[in-house]
Design a protein around this ligand. Structure first.
Ligand code: FES
Length: 698
């Protein structure tokens, strides 16, 4: 079983164990678990074989967006990532096209309930929850819906501490804990109704919003609607991109951090933004080796503290590199990368192949803003916040949710005053891209004990300043983008080490031994990995090897889920030591150049398995309308409604030299996700099996 039982931050919930069947074999699951997670926990990676060419498919998004994880469960084709497993359920690999269940006549039609609210919030992630809390404070009749079984959105997948400011967005607190805090606050406001497992299907021209909650459909009539629908991940085109074992970053974090199942032993990551860097750290926390991370740009786009944190643990980061392909018979077995030139073209002779069973794609996000567009078309008072408005950190999303709630208060006439300008200014700071990077400040301390701040890139972050009981850590200027500096007295309390989201603070202590100082290092990978009396390898702030050191003590701060590892150092290394290294770096094997191999066979539309070559041919034949492209190639025709392939299709038009103005966009589908047609009239249908059972089998 691939379950994570010893996570340094997350504790497995005690849940009943169930038995179910997969292709006739008995498997076990936890009560309420998604089928996809249960299958992964049982070591199963292939969920279906595609109808077009029988290619094996596994889970990709784990978010109900694509349909790659479809299986047959008790006779029905379902998306396994959003369908809970039940005792005795018979799950079967989907082979070929999904078929509809046979139903007999409609038994009875019902009535669709309608509900009036002042504000409807679509999406219960960081921005939606923050907006709901603000509306709740002023007793506004609010409904917040989320399609998952718990609120928090991506927060529930984040085990690391957040950046930002302590006053505005819980900086220094882990994402999972922020989700609990915001969810708990909602309960204090009786005017806010929160519906989990409630999926928005569409916003209609009569200003009603269709919501499917469980199996029941209802229409909501809001005076204002807040779209806090977050973002979906971008896909990437390369040979092997649909193999089982290729995941979006969100899917990987869902399996590892929400469901505590381990989908990989050796992971390779594409993308050096914050999502890719954090996912690498989450993998390490889950006991998964990260054999490499690539970024096409000269520098990682994510925070340097995140990049340094994983480098120090032994993860090699290859900038100016791209993925050439993933290979394997029934899943990922190897990943081949190459260096790129200034135009991002692979450089022959620079290929390397790594052994990896899983490949994580973290190449950016697209806003999910379809409902906002539908609501605007319908003439509704519609607002948008968080990633749905602009992709940024969750700290900024929370603050934008708060601002948006105040815009709604004004629109509803509850508040007369406009949103203060300084809130917008603060939001801009929270959304800031990383600023200038320097080297860590010189540490010419005459103190016997002092913190060393290894943080050297301007990012919006201030928890170390806020937490110091002696107020000895100060920002170099007035903005939270300014770098922190140690200026006064240190009492060796470890508080700045424990709160730093980048694990970028250590503490040097000469009090016991004037010649051999000790260094305290924060560590949150695994409790059993470092022991008092043992030896560890030390690394500098960017991962440089500093040799081995004796572990003098390991202090377990359980409330913070962080260990402080105290090692013996020399005066030369004490100020430089930033972390304990976990893995030796693996060098990829040089592989033969096959740069152009199978490029045209790369799958772009994964639902319909339409290749780059087919799409290029259509574009070269003059197709400029995405709807025509769909008719000609079936790209965009699949179960995900083109959510996965549309941005890649636009990229291909661009790479073929087609001006964006010439392209006609897809006609928007009326419904956001698949829904049984019967729900719109609350019809009760009976399957043939039920009918037979009622007739005693005749
Ligand atoms: S990937 Fe789903 S329609 Fe293209």
């Amino acid at each position: 079983m691939e379950r994570i039982e010893d996570h340094p931050v997350l504790q497995p919930e005690i849940r009943k164990t169930l038995n179910f069947y997969f292709d006739g074999k008995v498997c076990t699951a936890l009560e309420g678990e998604a089928i996809s997670s249960a299958l992964t926990a049982n070591g199963i990676k292939i969920f279906s074989y595609h109808k077009k060419d029988s290619s094996p498919q596994g889970i990709f998004c784990a978010n109900g967006q694509c349909a790659q994880c479809s299986v047959i469960a008790d006779g029905l084709t379902v998306k396994s990532c959003v369908t809970p497993v039940c005792e005795g359920m018979k799950v079967v690999t989907l082979r070929g096209a999904a078929t509809l269940p046979k139903v007999s006549c409609a038994a009875e039609f019902g009535r669709v309930e309608e509900l009036e609210v002042d504000a409807l919030i679509i999406g219960g992630g960081p921005s939606g929850l923050a907006a709901a809390v603000e509306l709740g404070k002023l007793n506004v009749n609010t409904l917040i819906i989320d399609d998952k079984d718990r609120f928090g959105g991506k927060l529930v997948l984040q085990t690391h501490r957040f950046f930002g400011s302590v006053e505005d967005c819980y900086a220094g607190t882990r994402g999972v804990e922020i989700a609990e805090k915001l969810g708990g606050q909602l309960k204090e406001y009786p005017s806010v109704k929160a519906w989990a497992n409630a999926c928005c299907l569409a916003v209609f021209s009569d200003k009603k919003v269709g919501v499917l909650r469980g199996g029941t459909y209802c229409l909501v009539r809001p005076k204002a609607v807040i779209n806090a629908t977050g973002a979906r991940e971008k896909s990437l085109a390369f040979p092997g991109n649909t193999l089982p074992g290729v995941y979006g970053a969100g899917a990987f974090q869902t399996l590892v951090n929400r469901d505590l199942v381990r989908p990989a032993k050796k992971l390779f990551i594409v993308g050096g933004g914050n999502v890719g860097l954090i996912a690498a750290y989450h993998a390490l926390q889950a006991g998964i080796q990260v054999v490499g991370l690539i970024e096409a740009l000269p520098e990682c786009g994510g925070y340097k503290v995140h990049a340094d944190k994983i480098k120090r643990l032994g993860v090699p980061i290859y900038t100016r590199h791209t993925i050439l392909r993933a290979d394997g018979a029934n899943g990922v077995e190897t990943v081949t990368i190459a260096g790129v030139d200034a135009k991002f073209s692979p450089l022959p002779g620079t290929e390397r192949t790594f052994k990896a069973d899983t490949l994580l794609i973290a190449v950016g996000l697209n806003s999910v803003d379809e409902f906002h567009a539908q609501a605007r078309e319908a003439g509704m008072d519609s607002f948008i916040c968080g990633d749905a408005e602009e992709i940024a950190e969750a700290s900024a999303a929370m603050f934008s949710g708060k601002i948006t709630a105040h815009k709604v208060l004004k629109a509803l006439g509850v508040m007369a005053a406009p949103v203060p300008q300084f809130w917008f200014d603060r939001l801009q700071v929270l959304k800031s891209r990383p600023g200038a990077t320097g080297t860590p400040a010189a540490k010419a301390h005459a103190k016997l004990v002092y913190p060393v701040l290894h943080c050297c890139q301007e990012i919006p972050c201030n928890p170390c300043v806020t937490v110091c009981p002696k107020k000895s850590i100060k920002l170099a200027g007035d903005s939270i983008m300014d770098l922190p500096r140690f200026t006064g007295e240190c009492i060796g309390c470890f508080k700045c080490l424990l709160i730093c989201p980048g694990l970028a603070v250590t503490m040097v202590d000469y009090r016991k031994d004037a010649k051999n100082p000790s260094v305290a290092l924060p560590f949150e990978i695994g409790r059993g990995l470092v022991k008092k009396g043992g030896r560890v390898r030390l690394t500098g702030w960017e991962g440089a090897d500093l040799g081995s050191a004796e572990v003098l003590d390991v202090k377990d701060f359980k409330a913070e889920n962080t260990l402080i590892v105290i090692v013996k150092a020399s005066p030369e290394t004490a100020d430089l030591a930033a972390a304990v290294k976990l893995y030796p770096t693996e060098a990829g094997e040089k592989s033969a150049a096959e740069l152009s191999k199978a490029e045209d066979e790369t799958i772009i539309c994964r639902c319909e398995r339409v290749s780059l070559g087919e799409i290029r041919a259509a574009i070269r034949a003059g197709v400029r309308d995405l709807n025509q492209l769909k008719a000609v190639t079936r790209a965009g025709m699949g179960a995900c409604g083109a959510k996965t392939c549309s941005s890649m299709l636009l990229n291909i038009f661009r790479s073929e030299g087609v001006d964006a103005k010439e392209i006609t966009a897809f006609t928007r589908r009326p419904l956001f996700v698949e829904a049984p047609l019967g729900v719109f009239s609350d019809v009760k249908c009976r399957t043939e099996a039920e009918e037979k059972a009622d007739w005693g089998g005749f």
